[in-house]
Write a protein that binds this ligand. Sequence first.
Ligand SMILES: CC(=O)CC(=O)SCCNC(=O)CCNC(=O)[C@H](O)C(C)(C)COP(=O)(O)OP(=O)(O)OC[C@H]1O[C@@H](n2cnc3c(N)ncnc32)[C@H](O)[C@@H]1OP(=O)(O)O
Ligand SMILES: NC(=O)C1=CN([C@@H]2O[C@H](COP(=O)(O)OP(=O)(O)OC[C@H]3O[C@@H](n4cnc5c(N)ncnc54)[C@H](OP(=O)(O)O)[C@@H]3O)[C@@H](O)[C@H]2O)C=CC1
Length: 291
Amino acid sequence: MTFQTIGVIGAGQMGNGIAQVFAASGFDVRLNDLSGEALEGAVARISKNLDRLVARGKATDDEKAAIMSRIGTTTDLGDLGESDLVIEAATEREDIKSRIFSDLQPSLQPHTILASNTSSISITRLGAGTDRPERFIGLHFMNPVPVMKLVELIRGINTSEETYRAMLGLIERIGKISASAEDYPAFIVNRVLIPMINEAVYALYEGVGNVASIDAAMKLGANHPMGPLELGDFIGLDTCLAIMNVLHDGMADTKYRPCPLLTKYVEAGWLGRKVGRGFYDYRGETPVPTR
Ligand SMILES: CC(=O)CC(=O)SCCNC(=O)CCNC(=O)[C@H](O)C(C)(C)COP(=O)(O)OP(=O)(O)OC[C@H]1O[C@@H](n2cnc3c(N)ncnc32)[C@H](O)[C@@H]1OP(=O)(O)O
Ligand SMILES: NC(=O)C1=CN([C@@H]2O[C@H](COP(=O)(O)OP(=O)(O)OC[C@H]3O[C@@H](n4cnc5c(N)ncnc54)[C@H](OP(=O)(O)O)[C@@H]3O)[C@@H](O)[C@H]2O)C=CC1
């Protein structure tokens, strides 16, 4: 299987990172989002990330220009039809993802592989709703995509060995390392990580600590690069809540119940860094804890 053109759906924090990484490895990328504004924001973000690399001598101006020239944007899903692989990285909602795959299907070539960057949703179920469950797979990148080495590779029950092998090779080609996970709710990384973040929110909710003390405790006491509440803000509290709900429903176990305080923040629209406020308020010079 050869890959040249990669479609990416959803130009949020993950979609733009995935687009950057593939373009930097020489692939042509078609980035899609519902809104032109999101696409402009993604291109600006990628350009800024590459400027940082140029400033640190890790890339040249010419390399930056070549990477940028390989990224095309479109609000029309039909423009992704030429892709050899399409990676969906839209909002963590099964109805949105299923709809995207069914809208995309008529434009696709027969050989195209479909992947979802979902954090938690069943790959088997998403794949079963398409015309190519054997060429459907979970490709779970980590945030921030240009920095994090891991891509979790999740095979649905129908995913073929050929598709799996092709993705193993592709992950290596973009300089990442894969870990294979079985298709159970939230896979490996988020099965462990998101309940930890949810537990930190419980510690806040119950008054065991405040935002600053909980994050300091885990950064200095467990050597985590970010505290769990800071990390929740970084991931997006809507995404964290969606993952907890998938775990709670999928495992049918109350140990995964989302903390009511997490739900309250999401209901308030305090989704974390991407909107300027979550467990910290990012609208000033330095982040200020909200509790
Ligand atoms: C929810 C899911 O489904 C799965 C997930 O993704 S879970 C989340 C997984 N991610 C994590 O756990 C991240 C935890 N945090 C970290 O590892 C670190 O805080 C961090 C890598 C994000 C930043 O590290 P830091 O040392 O504080 O920052 P800094 O020194 O500024 O940056 C280190 C490098 O990362 C780059 N970087 C930092 N943030 C970046 C971003 N958002 N995008 C691109 N590059 C970034 C910097 O350019 C720098 O690169 P160089 O070393 O090449 O110069
Ligand atoms: N955040 C993280 O740390 C990680 C997230 N993921 C997963 O990646 C996916 C994306 O997450 P993330 O980038 O954080 O989310 P964001 O909210 O940053 O971005 C999602 C983007 O998808 C767009 N979108 C929504 N519906 C559609 C659609 N029908 N067609 C095209 N684009 C659409 C949204 O547009 P609008 O804003 O207009 O709705 C938004 O621009 C999720 O499945 C998430 O679970 C995986 C690993 C890590």
